[in-house]
Write a protein that binds this ligand. Structure first.
Ligand code: ADP
Ligand code: ZN
Length: 724
């Protein structure tokens, strides 16, 4: 037998593959099972030519070769690249590529059940199963569950009690079908057609390209990129569409199904383990023609990928902040480059990064000028909260100015829908004692507890800690002295209800829409006009299309302008634009009301006058003058731990050994903006260089000089997006 040493990468926090011996030659990408300590793990044979120093008889053997297609070479290259760029271990990328072991086995045989013996007590629930199987013999547990209203536990109980028995098996079928590529979509208008033609050509080119699809909300970007998907389908290629918060994108999925007649494969963190296994297997076998996913879908092993679309490319949720820290929007472009395929970035408010790539001709651009079907952009009205009139109207108990109230009331009277936007969950962001000023703070974090009315609980929005409102103030021991300060959405809803007693109000936040099902329910209620006024956070800002929604009131347009984030202005602009874009999407014209203390701020000016590109030009100059991204590069380092002094000492030790280098600048060390989080102290160091400097290499060599105590955590964030 000709034994071979192979390198196998394991799905662990490891950068290098391990050596194993295999009885035969194994191609890179083969998925194998290997021993790891006293357990077994799957791993992927990795292309790596570093010689092995151990004698062959001391190397552990490969135990088995999974019955699974090999991971394509492009996917292996992508992991190597992404790991080098983000400084995160390769093994963690592998874990995103193969997030479960059970998908590696070939398709399962699914047992089909039939009635066996009717004995014992037949509850009404069990009777439902009996009735169903009498009419439809030989069904799987899933079939029974779907057709009756009975839970899986009841069915399993019946199997255990031998009321049901296995009669036969069925091969698990791939649930994803090929759409009919000959069915035609809507007739595109001229600028849509030009854009669609160009994207179709890109798909036919089989080459890398990056294209920004730039068009206002409602201009038909989705219809246009559907045409590119159609072309990829014709070419027998897979398409990946990335959406922010896919678990909540019910409207998008409905539309896809209407257009293509089949459901796409969906990938996000809330899939059940069975859905995950089946979807993964279909993807790696090339049987999922269109995959719609959150950022994690990017690392799946597509054998025939022919197109990537990143919708709402500017969206902050493409940045993953935990475990492996990466920006899926940027990585999508890299994946397209490695795989020689087109990538399309779609947005009405492209990120400055992307705009600069367009200006320097790295990316192509396609414009959709206006809203489809003559729908117009909304009028913007500004409420200057500094004027005497506003000061009288907006006080410590009221947050909606008179003009806004009136316009809102008129909207509801006309039978149209309205939205009030405030990016703050709960009733009030701060609760304090009116006697001594004591504020209720989280025990684990540097943050105030937020009062949620529905739960009568105070909650920390960072760590989830909650407590009930204490009877007496822990500071002065007085009773009944708590006052709520400032508004959250619940309080705004209360205010709106006070002058619109008959209006049907809905509060739309991640608290009320925390599952895809609840989300779909509420979206349905809005579509059916069972709600008149929506009071929502940014969860409502994205993507939705409600033709009857004609009024948007932004309660506090300044909220995110001053949070010490270098992208604060850009993010505020994007958010306000997206929120404003919810109104007037049908035949009725839309109105937007912005309440602000800084009407002269370039962000407000740009929103009012619809001058996006002027705003981006100002913002771009601002960043350039500071050498901030996209004109410079940043890597952020956060050290955290339970012991304050250990954290501080480690941060200072790192700063002491910072190599002198003219191209690189160190900012910090200093306590992070949230200096105490989930019981951990946090210190930050920020490293800055010019665009072209190989900053990762520099940081890697610098960090290797200090050995951190094992009770400390080091987080490296390349291209940071969050500065908290
Ligand atoms: P965007 O993605 O740019 O926000 P959408 O693709 O969602 O825009 O289009 C907005 C609305 O207009 C959708 O309801 C869409 O179905 C409709 N629409 C866009 N283009 C066309 C077209 N050519 N024919 C018919 N309806 C269209
Ligand atoms: Zn907390």
């Amino acid at each position: 037998m000709n034994k071979q040493v192979v390198k196998v990468l394991l799905p662990l926090r490891l950068d290098e593959p391990f050596d194993y011996v295999a009885p035969e030659v194994l191609q890179p990408g083969s998925v194998v099972q290997v021993p790891l300590g006293n357990r077994k793990s799957f791993g992927v044979v990795w292309p790596d030519s570093t010689p092995c120093n151990l004698p062959i008889d001391r190397i552990k053997p490969v135990l088995a070769h999974y019955d699974c297609p090999a991971i394509p070479q492009v996917s292996l290259d992508f992991v190597d690249w992404a790991s080098e760029y983000t400084l995160a271990p390769k093994g963690l990328f592998l874990r995103m590529m193969i997030p479960m072991e059970d998908g590696l086995h070939s398709n399962k045989a699914i047992p089909l059940y039939d009635l066996y013996e009717l004995k014992g007590r037949i509850t009404p629930q069990r009777q439902q199963v009996v009735d169903y199987l009498t009419e439809h013999p030989c069904r799987s547990v899933e079939d029974i569950e779907e057709a009756t209203s009975v839970s899986r536990a009841v069915i399993n109980g019946m199997i255990k009690a031998e009321l049901l028995t296995i009669k036969d098996f069925r091969e698990e079928a791939c649930p994803f079908q090929m759409p009919d590529v000959n069915q035609s979509g809507p007739t595109l208008n001229d600028s849509q057609q030009v854009a669609a033609d160009r994207l179709i050509q890109r798909v036919k080119d089989h080459q890398f390209s990056a294209t920004l699809l730039d068009g206002v909300t409602g201009s038909g970007k989705t219809e246009v990129y559907y045409e590119a998907i159609l072309e990829a389908l014709k070419q027998g290629k897979q398409s990946l569409v990335m959406l922010p918060e896919i678990a909540l994108s019910t409207q998008w999925l409905q539309r896809f199904e209407e257009r293509f007649g089949v459901k796409p494969a969906i990938w996000h963190s809330e899939l059940t383990s069975a859905q995950r296994r089946i979807t993964w297997r279909a993807i790696v076998e090339g049987k999922a023609p269109v995959v719609v996913g959150a950022r994690s879908a990017l690392f799946l092993p597509y054998p025939k990928l022919g197109l990537i679309i990143v919708d709402e490319e500017h969206d902050g949720s493409y940045k993953q902040e935990e475990q492996v820290i990466y920006n899926a929007r940027d990585m999508a472009v890299v994946r397209a480059q490695i795989g020689n395929l087109p990538c399309v970035l779609a947005s009405a408010t492209p990120s400055l990064e992307t705009m600069i790539n367009v200006q320097t001709a790295k990316y192509d651009v396609l414009h959709l000028e206006s809203r489809f079907g003559g729908a117009t952009m909304p009028d913007v009205h500004v409420v200057d909260l500094r004027t005497a009139k506003s000061k009288k109207e907006v006080s410590s108990q009221k947050w909606l100015a008179e003009d806004l109230r009136q316009a809102l009331a008129e909207t509801v009277e006309r039978g149209e829908q309205a939205m009030l936007f405030l990016n703050r969950r709960g009733y009030a962001p701060l609760t304090l004692c009116s006697d001594c000023g004591e504020r209720l703070k989280c025990v684990n974090c540097d943050s105030w507890l937020v009062h949620h009315q529905n739960s009568t609980k105070l909650q920390c929005h960072h760590c989830g800690y909650f407590s009930s409102l204490p009877n007496q103030c822990p500071g002065c021991e007085e009773k009944d002295t708590w006052v709520a300060c400032g508004p959250g959405v619940e309080r705004i809803a209360e205010e709106a209800q006070s002058f619109l007693p008959k209006a049907r109000l809905g509060i739309l936040t991640s608290d009320t829409m925390n599952t895809p099902k609840k989300m779909a329910e509420i979206i349905g209620q809005i579509q059916d006009h069972q709600l008149d006024v929506l009071v929502g956070t940014q969860i409502m800002a994205k993507g939705y299309h409600f033709p009857k929604l004609t009024f948007v009131g932004v309660v506090d347009a300044d909220i995110s302008l001053s949070n010490g984030d270098l992208r604060a202005a850009e993010k505020t602009y994007q958010l306000l634009h997206q929120v404003a874009g919810r109104s007037g999407r049908g035949e009725l014209p839309g109105h937007v009301w912005l309440q602000t203390y800084s009407p002269e701020n370039p962000v407000m000016q740009a929103i009012c006058k619809g001058q996006r590109d002027q705003f981006l030009a100002i913002e771009s100059e601002e960043r350039k003058s500071h050498g901030f991204p996209p004109f410079g590069r940043l890597i952020s380092i956060i050290i955290s731990g339970k012991h304050r002094y250990d954290v501080e000492n480690a941060a200072k030790a790192l700063a002491r050994v910072f190599p002198h280098n003219e191209s690189v600048q160190l900012m910090g060390p200093s306590p992070a903006a949230i200096a105490f989080l989930r019981g951990h102290t946090r210190w930050r160091l920020l490293v800055k260089s010019n665009r072209r400097y190989p900053l990762q290499k520099f940081v890697k060599s610098w960090l290797s000089q200090v050995e951190l105590k094992s009770n400390l955590r080091l987080k490296i964030d390349v291209d940071p997006y969050n500065f908290m």
